[in-house]
Each structure stands twice: as C-alpha cells, then as structure tokens.
Ligand binder design. Structure first.
Ligand code: NAP
Length: 149
C-alpha cells in the first residue's frame, strides 16, 4: 500500500478560490477539494471578467482568498488555437497576470502561513531538545541494565 504523503500546505480552514471552477479542470479540482474542509470561494464570469484588472482587484479585496488555483483560461482545440492565437495569448496572459498582481496581499498571507509552519517545526525541535536534556538528567537514576551509557 502507498505511504501517506506528508501534507506540506494544509488547506483546512483556509479561504480557497478556484478561478474557473465551472470549467473542466476547475470542477474536478472543486470535487477533490471538497475533502479538505476548506472554505471554497466562487465567482462566475458574469460577475467578474478575469481579463479586467479592476474587477479582479475589487473581487479579491472583498473576498480575501488565501489560496488560489488558476483554472480559468480561454481554451480551444488545435483549429481554434491556430486561427485565433492572439486572442488566446492575450486572454490567458491577462487572466494569469491580473490574478497574480491582485493576489499580492494573499501571497503575503501565504508567506505568513509558511512562517507559521517554520515556527511549528522550530517548536518541535525545541521540544525534542528539552526531551533529550530531560532524558540525560534522569538516566543516572535508571538501573544500570537500562542505562545506555
Ligand atoms: N482539459 C484538460 O485536459 C487540461 C489539462 C491540463 C491543463 N489544462 C489547462 O487548464 C486550464 C483550464 O482548462 P479547461 O479544460 O478546464 O477549460 P474550460 O473547461 O473551458 O474552463 C475554463 C474556465 O475558465 C473560465 N473563464 C474563461 N475565461 C474567463 C474570463 N475572462 N473570466 C472569468 N472566467 C473565465 C470559464 O468560465 P465560463 O464557464 O463562464 O466560460 C471556465 O469556467 C487551461 O489553462 C488548460 O490549458 C487543461
């Protein structure tokens, strides 16, 4: 059986936004994240056109997502990509650029979450250190057969 993978970025309790959550990739992500006990945020294209920076900034400021998955894009088959390359390039650069730009505040929040993780690891190391010291202190009290001198 496969070993359980360590969780490097817990989503539990976080505000998570999947941009493009009604699309093929976004809806699959939404189904998967339902198991994570995070708070899912959603907005449709009718409310926010992700190519428009002002709309994106306003929505992000009002909803403060902490984690963003970008699954929004203008997509199409080979023919569409071949015949409308500038539209695909423009839409997808704007969508990704606007979200990254407006998300700076959330990136700072993510950095503070990372700090929390490092603090937790350091606290774990401190605890391990004090347990070792305690063990060294009580070792002389153990019967000789149990000592690991
Ligand atoms: N499908 C795959 O097998 C696959 C595999 C790997 C990677 N990807 C990548 O994943 C991304 C999504 O692909 P997909 O197949 O899931 O596409 P999709 O089914 O067409 O979904 C795209 C989503 O983006 C939203 N969207 C597009 N333009 C928008 C805009 N201007 N403002 C707001 N929302 C907008 C759409 O909203 P509406 O529903 O309102 O149109 C839809 O929800 C693409 O970058 C694609 O290259 C896809």
């Amino acid at each position: 059986m496969a070993e359980p993978q360590p969780v490097i970025f817990p989503l539990q309790g976080r505000r998570v936004w999947i941009a493009g959550d009604r699309g093929m990739v976004g809806s699959a992500l939404t189904r998967r994240l339902a198991r994570e006990r995070c708070q899912m945020l959603s907005v449709g294209r009718g409310e926010v056109d992700l190519r428009r920076q002002v709309d994106v900034e306003r929505w992000i400021a009002a909803n403060a997502p902490e984690v963003v998955f970008v699954a929004a894009a203008t997509v199409g088959g080979i023919l569409a990509n071949d015949t409308r390359p500038a539209e695909f390039l423009y839409d997808n650069l704007m969508i990704a650029g606007n979200i990254v730009e407006a998300q700076k505040g959330a990136i700072l929040a993510a950095l503070s979450i990372t700090d929390e993780l490092f603090d937790a690891r350091e606290a774990g190391e401190d605890l391990a250190g004090s347990m070792k010291r305690l063990s060294a202190e009580i070792r002389p009290w153990l019967p000789p057969a149990k000592r690991k001198d």
